[in-house]
Design a protein around this ligand. Structure first.
Ligand SMILES: [Zn+2]
Length: 197
């Protein structure tokens, strides 16, 4: 696809949500939570699948926090159901400054789940993933079209590529953050286990 702007993605995503929940698209505002608009778990699955097929992307099953906890180990990013300062720091690297107030004070993992149910974080996730979906064939420059099972196929020469999964991309980002941002600080003087923030 030619790269879409955030507002084009927003409009198209709002249509998906509105159709799926049988509500007016004008109700789908950037700050609305999908669950407040009436989405239950089956609706969320439908919205995810429709989003994947319309934008040619492969959404992650796990949240960025779940993937990060797998890389960091437990007790560093979240403790007793709440984000630690280290956890907030990682998440703030992933979101725009305008959303920073969502991470002030005590933030539970549940608060975070609700944050990710808002329309705007979805739009940004879609935009981030769509960058990895090629519009043109690397071999011949022909236009790519969706193929079966998260693949794209060149309509001219037939070359196929597999889309990168959102989860792999998240894991890659977390690993890089862990190595570049976290380890130099945490590993410097204090052993990791004895270092609460
Ligand atoms: Zn081609």
């Amino acid at each position: 696809m030619p790269e879409m702007t955030e507002s084009q993605i927003f409009d198209q995503f709002a249509q998906i949500v509105a159709r799926s929940l049988r509500i007016g698209a004008e109700q789908v505002t950037p700050d609305a939570e999908l669950t407040d608009l009436g989405a239950e778990s089956l609706d969320l699955i439908e919205i995810s699948m429709e989003t994947e097929s319309q934008f040619h992307i492969f959404l992650p099953d796990k949240s960025i926090l779940e993937t990060a906890v797998e890389v960091f180990g437990s007790g560093i990013l979240e403790k007793d159901g709440y984000l630690t300062e280290e956890g907030k720091r990682l998440l703030l690297c992933r979101m725009p400054e305008t959303d920073a107030q969502a991470f002030e004070g005590a933030v539970s993992v549940k608060d975070l789940q609700r944050y990710f149910l808002r329309v705007n974080p979805w739009v940004r996730m879609i935009q981030g993933l769509a960058r990895y979906t090629p519009a043109e064939c690397a071999a011949c420059g022909g236009p790519m079209a969706a193929s079966m099972g998260f693949r794209m196929k060149c309509t001219r020469c037939g070359a196929e590529i597999t889309l990168r999964s959102g989860e792999d991309l998240n894991r890659e980002w977390v690993r890089e953050y862990h190595e570049r941002e976290y380890l130099p600080r945490a590993g410097a003087a204090v052993p990791m286990a004895a270092h609460p923030s």
